[in-house]
Design a binder for this molecule. Structure first.
Ligand code: ZN
Length: 482
């Protein structure tokens, strides 16, 4: 790419899905009628006092621990001053020089299996602003704007990375796996669409081989990772063109329009001193008990990236199986429960394939269905020991989905057990050879192409219950026979 390399860092805002807001008792809500979850604290009436939501602190610590961050023994809140209609206090309570979570590191897995290591600069607690809606058009040229204070005061964790990313696709990989990790932690619903997870990217370019950082621009608030990746690529191209033609990149916030692929500058970026940060005098410092932090550390669930590694390394799954099966914490927990009682590879095939396909027809997810992990494991076991054939197992599965019966009982009740008794199968084949003398002659003469004919007929004759491997072997044994 014309002698320049991109340098990218990301900032992620995650709304914590706590029951109440960051500094008051108002309920969190999404989609409720506007201004129905407000109180004097989050509306900034004079004289009110905020109180820190302990659950928000717990979740911020979980995030920090999962990202390997240093946990600050004592952190404080600051006021970040700016005037905007979505901020009734005219300052946002945030953290500045002593965030609750300091340096850390997150390792993601690229599609080609290599490690993507991203330094975490910090993760801090703050409150969200209210929601502005611009009526009659976009911000510029809107007829007016209305404010919904329901969102104001929602607890946020802002995660900031080091400028360690070198491509848009690495940024996408990191963000997707970070999102999964947050979902496994259960701290947020991380919906890009509803805005409970928002990502900004800081993008600059520099000559390959240089270690200096170029002037960065900030690509704001993309509501999907795909658009963010495309926006980063567009911004890299724009900066490269500016620099290549002798110009200078200006430090500013830029907006990417997915429909046209165009980048437009929004405003020049504030320097942090413009916010006149000063310590929030109404809040005490956050001093988490070290024993509590230790408990949280030991209580962390298995996170998706290490789980994927374990699935591949210890359980013998393909990288793709592992990626799909860690797609949500619910699916991962379901699969792990099945794999605890059955062969993991066979379990992976069935959970990923037939189970999800059949459940899609009835609009259910595995973990909500009648196919409990132990029923799924039992079915995989019946297949492995040869009690049922694959087609019969699919039928059993359909029955378990519909009625919730135990697989072994369904096999028994519906006579779906596989016929592997060789004498019985030999009889079936002998009857077929009598009924089809031409093909039987060809088989005896060693014409291999008729083997498939007899196997197919034998499966049909037994309603799919014959063990296909045994049939294959027994038909083959007739070659050169009399
Ligand atoms: Zn409130």
């Amino acid at each position: 790419m014309s002698g320049f390399e991109p340098v990218i860092g990301v900032e992620i805002h995650v709304q914590l899905s706590t029951r109440t807001k960051m500094f008051c008792g108002c309920a969190l809500s999404f989609g409720d009628p506007p201004n129905t979850h407000t109180c004097p604290v989050c509306l900034a009436h004079p004289g009110v006092l905020p109180v820190v939501n302990a659950e928000a602190v717990r979740r911020a610590l979980l995030i920090g621990l999962a990202l390997g961050c240093e946990i600050a023994p004592r952190s404080i809140f600051h006021r970040k001053n700016y005037f905007y209609p979505d901020l009734p206090k005219a300052y946002q309570v945030s953290q500045f020089d002593i965030p609750i979570c300091g340096r850390g590191e997150f390792t993601a897995i690229r599609d080609d299996g290599t490690d993507l290591v991203v330094g975490i600069t910090r993760a801090h607690l703050e409150e969200d602003a209210a929601k502005l809606t611009h009526a009659g058009g976009r911000r510029a040229g809107a007829e007016g704007s209305v404010v919904d204070f329901n969102r104001g005061g929602t607890p946020l964790v802002e995660i900031v990375t080091e400028p360690d990313l070198r491509s848009a696709s690495d940024a996408g990989t990191f963000l997707r796996q970070l999102r999964q990790t947050l979902l496994f932690l259960g701290v947020s619903d991380c919906s890009m669409e509803e805005g409970s997870m928002r990502a900004d990217a800081n993008v600059s370019i520099r000559p390959v081989g240089s270690h200096a950082l170029g002037t960065k621009t900030e690509l704001k608030n993309m509501n999907s990772f795909r658009f963010l990746e495309r926006g980063i690529d567009a911004e890299i191209a724009r900066q490269t063109q500016i620099v290549a033609s002798g110009g200078r990149v200006r430090q500013e916030t830029v907006h990417y329009e997915p429909e046209t692929g165009e980048i437009t500058p929004l405003r020049s970026k504030e320097e942090s001193h413009a916010y006149r940060y000063f310590p929030e005098p109404d809040l005490v410092p956050v001093v988490p008990d070290p024993a509590w932090v230790d408990d949280l550390r030991h209580g962390l669930p298995e996170l998706p990236v290490p789980m994927r590694r374990r699935m591949v390394g210890e359980m013998g799954l393909s990288a793709e199986d592992a990626e799909v099966l860690t797609g949500s914490p619910e699916l991962a927990a379901y699969f792990m429960a099945v794999a605890g009682e059955a062969d993991p590879k066979a379990a992976a095939n069935w959970v990923r394939g037939e189970l999800r396909a059949q459940l899609r027809e009835v609009g259910e997810e595995p973990w909500e269905s009648r196919v409990t992990p132990s029923r799924m494991a039992a079915l995989v076991g019946l297949l492995a020991e040869g009690t049922v054939s694959v087609p019969a197992a699919k039928e059993v599965l359909a029955e378990v989905i519909a009625t919730g019966g135990e697989p072994a009982a369904v096999v028994e009740a519906r006579g779906l057990g596989q016929i592997s008794d060789e004498d019985a199968l030999r009889d079936v084949i002998a009857d077929l050879m009598d009924a089809n003398p031409d093909q039987a002659g060809q088989l005896r003469d060693g014409k291999e192409k008729v083997i498939g004919f007899f196997v197919g007929q034998a499966m049909k004759q037994t309603g799919g219950r014959a063990d296909p491997k045994a049939v294959q072997r027994l038909v083959r044994a007739q070659i050169g026979g009399d």
